[in-house]
Write a protein of this length. Structure first.
Ligand code: GTP
Ligand code: MG
Length: 234
C-alpha cells in the first residue's frame, strides 16, 4: 500500500456523528453505528493523491489517543452536534489541545452535524403552536424552542482557534468557508465538507513535496573542499 500523502482527522465528543459522516461520504449510506473504540481510517484517492481520513473515538476513556491520531495532520474536522451546545464547548475544552501534534499549517473545519433533527424539531414546534411553553408530556417537560447552536458560535470558535494557534486570519481560510452544518443522515453538505478540505489539502501536499528536496543534501554533487597548505579546509 502506498503511504498516504496527507491526513485528515475527525475529532469531537461521543455521539456527535463522526463515524456516520465518514461512512456517509465513503460508503454513501447511513448505517447503524456503534461507539468507536480507538480509531480507524479510510483512504480516499483525490486526484493523484492518497488522503487518509481518520475517525477517532469521542469517549473520554480513549481521549489519550487523540493527539497520536492528530500527528502530522493536514486538517482536523472538529465535529459537534448542533442540538447539543455542550458538544461545541467540549471542542475547545477537550479536543483542541489534542491538535498540538498536527502540522503547523494544519487547517481546521468546524462541523455542526445532525441538522436534520433541528428541522424536525422546528416542524414539530410549529405543529404544537398554541400549547403552553414547557408543557409536560408524559412527565417530560420539553421546551418549545430547542436550544441550538448557531453558525455564528462555531465561527467565533474558529477565530478563537486561529488566535490560540497564533495563525494570522489573513493567511487562513475565512470562518465562513470552514464552518459547516451537515447531516450524515440526509447527506446534506457532507460531500461539500470533505471535498472542500481535499481541495485545500492538495496544494499543501504539493508545497511540501517541492520544499522537501531542497532540504536533502546531494552528497555526490558536493565538491571536495580545497586543501590549504596548512591542511585546513578553505
Ligand atoms: N438524526 C441524525 N442522527 C445522526 C446523524 N449522525 C449520526 N447520527 C446518529 O447519532 C448516533 C451516533 O453517531 P456516531 O456516528 O456513532 O457518533 P460518533 O461521533 O462516531 O460517536 P463515538 O464513536 O462514540 O465518538 C448514531 O445513532 C447515529 O445514527 C445525523 O446527521 N442525523
Ligand atoms: Mg464513532
Amino acid at each position: 500500500m502506498r503511504k498516504p500523502d496527507g491526513k485528515i482527522v475527525l475529532l469531537g465528543d461521543m455521539n456527535v456523528g463522526k463515524t456516520s459522516l465518514l461512512q456517509r461520504y465513503m460508503e454513501r449510506r447511513f448505517p447503524d453505528t456503534v461507539s468507536t473504540v480507538g480509531g480507524a481510517f479510510y483512504l480516499k484517492q483525490w486526484r493523484s493523491f492518497n488522503i487518509s481520513i481518520w475517525d477517532t473515538a469521542g469517549r473520554e476513556q480513549f481521549h489519550g489517543l487523540g493527539s497520536m491520531y492528530c500527528r502530522g495532520a493536514a486538517a482536523v474536522i472538529l465535529t459537534y452536534d448542533v442540538n447539543h451546545p455542550q458538544s461545541l464547548l467540549e471542542l475547545e475544552d477537550r479536543f483542541l489541545g489534542l491538535t498540538e501534534t498536527a502540522n503547523n499549517d494544519c487547517l481546521f473545519a468546524i462541523v455542526g452535524n445532525k441538522v436534520d433533527l433541528t428541522e424536525e424539531r422546528a416542524t414539530e414546534g410549529g405543529e404544537k403552536k398554541g400549547q403552553a411553553s414547557g408543557e409536560a408530556s408524559g412527565g417530560y417537560v420539553s421546551p418549545r424552542v430547542p436550544k441550538q447552536v448557531q453558525l455564528e458560535d462555531a465561527m467565533a470558535l474558529y477565530k478563537k482557534i486561529l488566535k490560540y494557534k497564533m495563525l494570522d486570519e489573513k493567511d487562513m481560510p475565512a470562518a465562513e468557508q470552514m464552518c459547516f452544518k451537515t447531516s450524515a443522515k440526509t447527506g446534506y453538505n457532507v460531500d461539500l465538507l470533505f471535498e472542500t478540505l481535499f481541495d485545500m489539502v492538495v496544494p499543501m501536499i504539493v508545497r511540501q513535496r517541492t520544499e522537501e528536496p531542497s532540504q536533502i543534501v546531494d552528497i555526490a554533487s558536493c565538491k571536495t573542499p580545497k586543501q590549504t597548505r596548512s591542511g585546513c579546509c578553505a
